[in-house]
Write a protein that binds this ligand. Structure first.
Ligand code: NIG
Ligand code: FE
Length: 415
């Protein structure tokens, strides 16, 4: 199978020499080719260039030709932080928040993550697969080509394993690249109220060996936050996770400055995510690390949180990634086009910075930047073709709209 896309108005995020991530001032640079062609063979990108230099088609066998006149081609979005496997929804809590309760108050009443955990307990593996597949299909049509999915609504040996097995199954049922993250330390289940140390023991001594035995997770994550897990507990859990081959990730500084970033950097986390309450000490620590700071504009928007200091982080020379946090409690949307818009509109990231953050840098945050996140020879053929639009800045400008006409994943046209 071969695909040739020709007459592309703008081929966005092309790399002659592939990079693993982009930081600081370099994030302002989004390499593009105007009036371009792109060639795909089987599931890989095999060539690209300017139409003026195009040598024409010598072999028409199994070739699909797509004319992209007045349209743009971008590498698929990489969404490095989601909780897309869940049961039911939580719009009643959404209304409670409109009426004045905070996210934390709802959790204190046994809602929030515990509410989703209750629902998940009574949902079968097959039902979870089915509902997650609907969401994966939805984000695929919105341009996402790779997604990280967390457990964390199980909060028991049985249910956490159920979630992770669902994620493993999803890998076989969708063309999306999927990475799995163990987030048993998402909240303290009610049965372990006042016995948090015992719950941590269960995570480390019972769950981690079982997860490693079935190879169910690439990453281990902790919600490091007041009323959830402290910095010390985060270090304990992530250290144990590393022994079982799971690279650390952290939910850090979302509701307060709680030490998650420093814990993550100390342990070589691949990413620290949220960062609404990040301070100068964390920025300095990240500067000396290979950890990808990741912002989740959907969650901050939906919960009405203060904005993470995206400008300050980039101006300090840091890289930055954007992900959706798709989940029923704090971001019931996985639309990366919208996330890129919010980052531009509210956080004053330029379109170039935001597109870098949602492609190559978010690919890095899920360990996929060697194969995803840009248009480069040998990379996975995951791209989308836009409708007729003037240029890439129109994507964040046209907020709330999804301007995607066609989606190609692993070299196959799926839309
Ligand atoms: O990333 N902050 C913790 N976890 C999720 C929300 C989970 C939920 O409310 O269901 C987040 O925002
Ligand atoms: Fe999250």
């Amino acid at each position: 199978m071969k695909i040739l896309i020709k007459n592309i108005k703008q081929l966005v995020q092309v790399e002659e020499i592939p990079r693993l991530k982009v930081a600081g001032k370099d994030m302002k640079n989004l390499p593009c080719i105007n009036d371009a062609w792109l060639a795909i063979e089987n599931d890989k990108i095999v060539g690209f260039g300017k139409m003026a230099d195009w040598e024409g088609i010598s072999d028409w066998t199994n070739l699909t030709v797509i004319d992209a006149t007045d349209k743009l081609v971008l590498p698929s979005w990489c969404d490095s932080h989601t909780h897309i496997v869940y049961s039911g929804s939580r719009e009643a809590e959404f209304v409670d928040r409109i009426n004045g309760l905070t996210y934390e108050e709802i959790f204190q009443r046994g809602g929030g993550i515990l509410n989703s955990s209750k629902k998940l307990k009574d949902t079968s593996e097959d039902e979870l697969v089915e509902s997650a597949l609907l969401r994966l299909n939805e984000i695929m049509l919105q341009g996402t080509g790779a997604v990280e999915i967390k457990s964390g609504y199980g909060l028991s040996v049985e249910s956490e394993l159920k979630m992770l097995r669902v994620i493993k199954k999803l890998k076989t049922l969708t063309p999306l690249a999927i990475k799995a993250t163990f987030l048993g330390a998402h909240a303290i289940p009610l049965e372990f109220n006042e016995r948090k140390a015992d719950y941590i023991k269960l995570l480390i001594n019972e769950l981690m060996p079982a997860i490693a035995a079935e190879q169910l997770a690439d990453y281990c994550d902790v919600f490091c936050e007041q009323n959830y897990f402290t910095k010390e507990e985060t270090i304990e859990i992530l250290t144990a996770g590393k022994k079982y081959g799971m690279t650390p990730k952290v939910h850090a500084e979302q509701l307060s400055n709680s030490g998650g970033t420093l814990a993550g950097v100390q342990l070589g986390a691949i990413s620290v995510d949220h960062l609404e309450f990040i301070g100068d000490a964390e920025i300095a620590a990240l500067k000396k690390s290979e950890t990808m700071p990741t912002i989740l504009p959907g969650a901050a928007f939906f919960l009405g949180l203060p904005f993470p200091p995206a400008r300050k982080m980039i101006d300090a020379g840091l890289p930055l990634a954007i992900a959706s946090d798709y989940n029923p409690g704090s971001s019931p949307s996985g639309n990366m086009n919208l996330m890129v818009s919010i980052a531009c509109i509210q956080y004053k990231m330029t379109p170039e910075e935001a597109i870098n953050a949602a492609t190559i840098n978010s690919a890095y945050a899920m360990g996929l930047s060697k194969t995803h996140g840009s248009i480069a020879i040998g990379k996975q053929a995951n791209v989308f073709i836009t409708k007729e639009i003037p240029g890439y800045s129109y994507i964040p400008y046209s907020f709330g709209n999804t301007l995607i006409e066609s989606v190609i994943l692993n070299g196959k046209v799926i839309k």
